[in-house]
Design a protein around this ligand. Structure first.
Ligand SMILES: Nc1ncnc2c1ncn2[C@@H]1O[C@H](COP(=O)(O)OP(=O)(O)O)[C@@H](O)[C@H]1O
Ligand SMILES: Cc1cn([C@H]2C[C@H](O)[C@@H](COP(=O)(O)O)O2)c(=O)[nH]c1=O
Length: 217
């Protein structure tokens, strides 16, 4: 039975790598997939992972109709055994409905990958619709970690190194780049709530206010 599967997690937890592995394993067995992304950091029409792997993909921009695209591809004599879609959080809810229709009416497996919540801890519309429609939701096994060692469950946005909780929902960017204007860092919920990024925690640890007081000094 074909399925709509949502592989979800924080940034930097290995979603794109898994997408590329699924593609590799299936194409190695002679199957042919259709690969889609939107706003990948590597640029338009690319699906890339931080491990350095990258493959070509179809850019599914605003207004792109997944169902019509797959039908047109098949009608033109093309083959499609499965569909992969990365950065699915950026899709509109109706595009997720189209992916569900690809599963139900065209009987193809659809593997969608994306972050669940934005930097404000709110669901992306595309992720919300995937949670509503997916046959299965898979949380990735390699857990991303907060600076404190706990499992990272949330995404923080930094501007000039400082965590922010207001702004545009979509700003393409990366983790591990605190010096850039807009960066991201994955945190556990406790530290996201306290707005405590690794840099803020380091600064607090160095601050004289929190150093233990020596009564004899
Ligand atoms: N230099 C490295 N050596 C080993 N693993 C790495 C390295 N850099 C990144 N990774 C792995 O890649 C993961 C990020 O993969 P990626 O597919 O780009 O994530 P996502 O798509 O979820 O943002 C990291 O969580 C880490 O496990
Ligand atoms: C939290 C958050 C992230 N984004 C962007 C930043 C990246 O370009 C992608 C996530 O990519 P990844 O492969 O999962 O690392 O999403 C955003 O636009 N808004 C946000 O709130």
């Amino acid at each position: 039975m074909p399925e709509l599967v949502f592989f979800s997690g924080t940034m930097d937890c290995g979603k794109s790598t898994l997408a590329l592995q699924i593609e590799h394993n299936r194409s190695a067995r002679g199957l042919q997939g259709l690969i889609f992304t939107r706003n990948d950091r590597a640029g338009e029409g690319k699906l890339s992972s931080r491990l350095g792997l990258v493959t070509d993909s179809v850019e599914a921009g605003e207004g792109f109709d997944f169902y019509a695209h797959v039908v047109a591809h098949l009608s033109a004599g093309g083959r499609a055994d499965y569909v992969i879609c990365d950065e699915a959080q950026f899709l509109a809810p109706e595009q997720i409905d189209q992916l569900a229709r690809v599963v139900d009416d065209l009987e193809l497996d659809v593997f969608a990958f994306g972050i669940t919540t934005d930097f404000r801890t709110r669901l992306f519309p595309g992720s919300q619709r995937l949670v509503e429609l997916a046959d299965r939701i898979e949380v990735l096994q390699v857990e991303a970690l907060c600076w404190c060692g706990a499992r990272a469950t949330h995404n923080a946005r930094t501007i000039g190194g400082h965590m922010v909780v207001e702004g545009e929902q979509i700003v393409v960017g990366d983790v591990g780049q605190p010096e850039t204007v807009v960066g991201y860092e994955v945190l556990c919920r406790r530290h996201h709530r306290r707005r405590l990024t690794s840099a803020a925690a380091r600064a607090a640890a160095l601050s004289p206010d929190v150093l233990p007081v020596d009564p004899d000094a």
